[in-house]
Design a protein around this ligand. Structure first.
Ligand SMILES: [Fe+2]
Length: 185
């Protein structure tokens, strides 16, 4: 099957726009750069053939019930079209955290794009990777460790954050599920 790519592209462009606006408002040039990388990749992306129907992981059922807001509207319109997977870092079966790996359904070149979903009151483990990374939070207030800091600070929905290459980072969800779009470049 081929995913409903125009909707998914619109979702990614919306996320890039939210990321850019938030990055501009806090004067974070790296976040703005990440938003531009995301927008360019989404514009150019060719849909890939996906061999089977998107796998549904348990957390997706909760995500469908998220409050529809201007931040989550386009996400909710594609939540069932994304290819969700459990995260090996989380060690769960996809009931406490899940990832939608956009590179599995689109050719995004050298850019890695995904959606991180984390159930309320759960933690996404500390990890790092060589590419730099920006997140925009679409839903859920949480405590995030990022940007080379060792402390956790609250980031609300609409917030953005940036990780330098190899920065250790993690997130502890508040009561509500966290949904965030990330771009690595
Ligand atoms: Fe990461």
């Amino acid at each position: 099957m081929i995913l409903s790519r125009s909707d998914v592209r619109a979702f990614l462009l919306d996320a890039a726009e939210q990321m850019k606006l938030a990055g501009s408002s806090v004067g974070d040039a790296k976040v703005v750069e990440g938003a531009e990388v995301l927008a360019e990749a989404a514009q150019a992306a060719q849909a890939l053939e996906v061999a089977s129907a998107p796998a549904l992981v348990p957390l997706v059922e909760r995500l469908r019930r998220l409050d529809p807001t201007h931040r989550t509207k386009s996400f909710l319109s594609v939540v069932d079209d994304l290819v969700w997977t459990s995260s090996p870092r989380c060690g769960c079966d996809g009931d406490s955290c899940a990832l939608a790996l956009l590179n599995r359904s689109f050719d995004l070149g050298a850019v890695t794009v995904g959606v991180l979903a984390l159930r309320g009151d759960h933690t996404y483990p500390l990890h790092s990777h060589p590419p730099q990374e920006t997140y925009v939070v679409l839903s859920g207030s949480a405590q995030w460790r990022f940007g080379g800091s060792t402390s956790f600070v609250p980031v609300p929905a609409g917030g953005v954050l940036y990780n330098n290459p190899d920065d250790l980072h993690s997130v502890i969800a508040g009561h509500d599920p966290v949904v965030a779009v990330y771009v690595l470049w």
